[in-house]
Write a protein that binds this ligand. Structure first.
Ligand SMILES: Cc1cc2nc3c(=O)[nH]c(=O)nc-3n(C[C@H](O)[C@H](O)[C@H](O)COP(=O)(O)O)c2cc1C
Length: 329
């Protein structure tokens, strides 16, 4: 999708900036936003041209990322003192048109909404071990509530056998990814200032119980002894949904971002290990063996990092345009 130049309104710029802070697979930022003019609405579209064809064959992760961007846009509307009015998948003929966000009645943001808005630029993905400070049970219960408020389930894995099973499935997927030349090429293309910066993926991917993506090909150069894996893994959790349609992926993205922002506001960040969910057979094993039949959408670790590593976004002029969008396909 090429975005044409125009002079955007201030509210649209505010929403687009907030939405762009969302996480996305390999920082692909598979979205663009449309200002409908005179503050009538702000549209969130998936940019299918930015989907990662091998990692994300069905576009599920692309829609999750856009869901996270949608939650950020909702948060930005609250920050401006309005209630967001959200219309999900508003056009049957265009499944990449994911949502329209309108400005509803005026209502001052609550302290909690202000705190979510402040966390927009503080949240970053963490890779490698976390610091020793724990994530409390009380905070985990609050994070579960945040996911539930969006219609998703945050399942915290507290049974060691389930953590071990999930770790085996992440490992199987990661080993397959490392052995697959084309996937390695897709990953390597996303490393750099416009994708995942080297500074954000310098930790060896095998230092925690869940294998990380090997962005820099480190596992080819040296291996980590089994006894060194584990400390600093943090809390292992899965975000799940009862169903598995496009609307559920969008819902999962909003729930994910609500959990992440709430956590970031309290000094807790997440690392992601979504490799087994990108292979239908392994995703099915996670669903049957770990999430009791619910559809796993994200695999995450939560903890308190010693450092945070920011990742750049595309300039707003590349992601924000003015409607109408030409019909696709
Ligand atoms: C659906 C989805 C899947 C992701 N999977 C992984 C993953 O398996 N490993 C990883 O290190 N990061 C993963 N990420 C995080 C992205 O790499 C990260 O969001 C992106 O690089 C932008 O960085 P930031 O989150 O720090 O802003 C995922 C993000 C999303 C939304």
């Amino acid at each position: 999708m090429t975005v044409t130049g125009h002079t955007p309104g201030r509210a649209a710029l505010h929403l687009a900036r907030a939405a762009s802070f969302a996480p996305s697979p390999h920082n692909s930022q598979p979205w663009f936003f449309v200002e409908e003019g005179h503050d009538r609405g702000f549209e969130v579209h998936a940019d299918a041209g930015r989907r990662l064809p091998l990692t994300d064959h069905d576009g599920r992760e692309m829609v999750i990322a856009c869901g996270a961007a949608l939650f950020n846009a909702r948060t930005a509307v609250r920050q401006l003192g309005f209630r967001p009015v959200v219309d999900v998948l508003p056009e049957l003929a265009d499944q990449d048109f994911l949502a329209r966000v309108g400005f509803g009645a005026h209502a001052a943001p609550t302290d909690e909404e202000e705190s979510l808005a402040r966390a927009l630029s503080l949240r970053h993905t963490h890779r490698g071990p976390f610091g020793p400070e724990p994530v409390t049970e009380a905070l985990l219960a609050e994070l579960r509530d945040q996911a539930r408020a969006e219609g998703a389930i945050l399942q915290v894995l507290d049974v060691p056998e389930k953590v071990a099973l999930l770790a085996r499935l992440v490992d199987a997927a990661e080993r397959a990814d490392r052995a697959d030349l084309w996937r390695a090429v897709e990953l390597a293309h996303r490393v750099g200032p416009t994708g995942v910066p080297v500074t954000a993926c310098r930790a060896h991917p095998d230092l925690t119980l869940l294998a990380g993506r090997d962005y820099l090909g480190m596992s080819r150069r040296y291996t980590v002894a089994a006894r060194r894996r584990g400390p600093g893994t943090g809390i292992v959790a899965l975000l799940c949904t009862p169903y598995d349609q496009r609307a559920d992926w969008l819902l999962a993205g909003q729930a994910l971002q609500r959990v992440l922002l709430y956590a970031a506001g309290r000094g807790v960040m997440a690392g992601f290990h979504t490799q087994p969910l990108e292979r239908p057979d392994l995703r099915e094993e996670v669903r049957r063996g770990v999430t009791a039949g619910r559809h796993p959408q994200m695999v995450l670790r939560l903890g308190r990092p010693l450092h945070v590593r920011p990742t750049l976004r595309r300039p707003l002029r590349e992601v924000l345009t003015q409607g109408p969008v030409p019909l696709r396909r």
